[in-house]
Design a protein around this ligand. Structure first.
Ligand code: HPA
Ligand code: ZN
Length: 337
């Protein structure tokens, strides 16, 4: 390990953009398929990995939803999240805000409670085992209807005290944020925080809608905001946190190559960018791999990497006192490095 690798792994950081279904490694996919008696269209773990070549977001989503179909029991969701936490702990993650897609599972007859109970049990274990805190972001699938999102919000009601935020993911183009303005308002009225994917493939207009129509607290991706100077000014003025996912951006052809990634431009513009893994099992790396990718691909040094880690802590939904404690630990780490 180089000095920079050690620095990256040791940096105390929060992961703010992680789809738990996207952390399903092929080995666990096979194990769940086997124990649940579900057929999968791959002969081996190597064949699964070989299928992970995507021309755009939809190519990925088709494979991602097919993979998630092996997850059936609370044990499956527990094992999925436990494996993620083990990897995150090794990467210096101190806090994780985890998205899950209940509609993907409820459409297959899996109860909301099965999904969330499996995840919550792994979250409690991760806190005891690794000292990692975590919270849940329930994401609506934007290719489905507003009614379906409202039904999902209703199904989640018994667990509102265990859910921190709602999010919006899946196929972006053709499904603008405004489609979900009413359901986001209903979620906010229940005390939930709000995040949304916007500007990954969709135009800057979708980011404006996420801000003004959905009233988001945090922006997932947001890459295409850079095409609109007034939008950049607005995001900077709002102090909006962007959850940027460099390896995802390369795999889904949002940027041509990591060497072209605009992360340093975002920081130079004053945007509060963070580094995240999105769907690490599908995109070739966990959070430290994403930090390394921008460090080597864009020549970011320790000072920039520290800003990215700091932004992840200040942009989290942790209470202010917990954020202050994490920032003290970050400063202590930086003083030694
Ligand atoms: N974009 C949209 N939907 C998603 C993604 C993403 O990167 N990952 C999982 N669902
Ligand atoms: Zn995402």
């Amino acid at each position: 390990m180089t000095d920079l690798d050690t620095f990256i792994t040791g940096l105390p950081k929060a992961e703010l953009h992680l789809h738990i279904e996207g952390s399903l490694e092929p080995e666990l996919m096979f194990a769940c398929a086997h124990r649940n008696g579900i057929a999968i269209p791959y002969a081996s773990v190597e064949a699964v990995r070989a299928a992970y070549a995507f021309g755009n977001l939809q190519d990925f989503l088709d494979i991602y939803y097919a993979g998630a179909a092996v997850l059936c029991t609370a044990r499956d969701f527990h094992d999925l999240a436990a494996a993620y936490f083990d990897r995150a702990a090794a990467d210096g993650v101190v806090h994780a805000e985890i998205m899950f897609d209940p509609q993907t599972h409820m459409a297959r007859g899996i109860a909301f409670g099965t999904v969330i109970e499996g995840l919550l049990s792994a979250m409690a274990e991760a806190e005891a085992k690794h000292g990692i805190t975590s919270c849940l972001i329930m994401s609506f699938l934007r290719h489905l209807s507003e009614n379906d999102a409202f039904a999902t919000l209703a199904a989640a009601e018994p667990w509102f005290d265990r859910i921190t935020a709602v999010g919006l993911d899946s196929s972006e183009i053709g499904h603008p944020p405004e489609k979900f303005a009413r359901v986001f308002a209903a979620a906010a009225a229940k005390g939930l925080r709000l995040v949304a994917h916007a500007g990954e493939e969709g135009p800057p207009a979708y980011v404006w809608q996420a801000l003004d129509g959905l009233k988001i607290d945090r922006l997932d991706h947001g890459n295409r905001s850079l095409e609109d100077a007034a939008l950049v000014d607005r995001l900077v003025g709002d102090g909006m946190t962007l959850t940027v996912c460099p390896l995802s951006n390369v795999k889904l052809c949002v940027v041509p190559a990591i060497e072209d990634h605009p992360i340093d431009r975002m920081l130079a513009l004053g945007l509060r960018a963070t580094i995240n893994s999105d769907d690490p099992a599908y995109f070739g790396g966990y959070i430290a791999d994403n930090f390394r990718a921008v460090a080597y691909g864009r020549g970011l040094g320790k000072a920039d990497l520290a800003v990215l880690a700091r932004n992840s802590l200040t942009g989290s939904f942790l209470p202010p006192a917990a954020i202050a404690q994490h920032l003290q630990r970050l400063d202590a780490f930086l003083a030694m490095h």
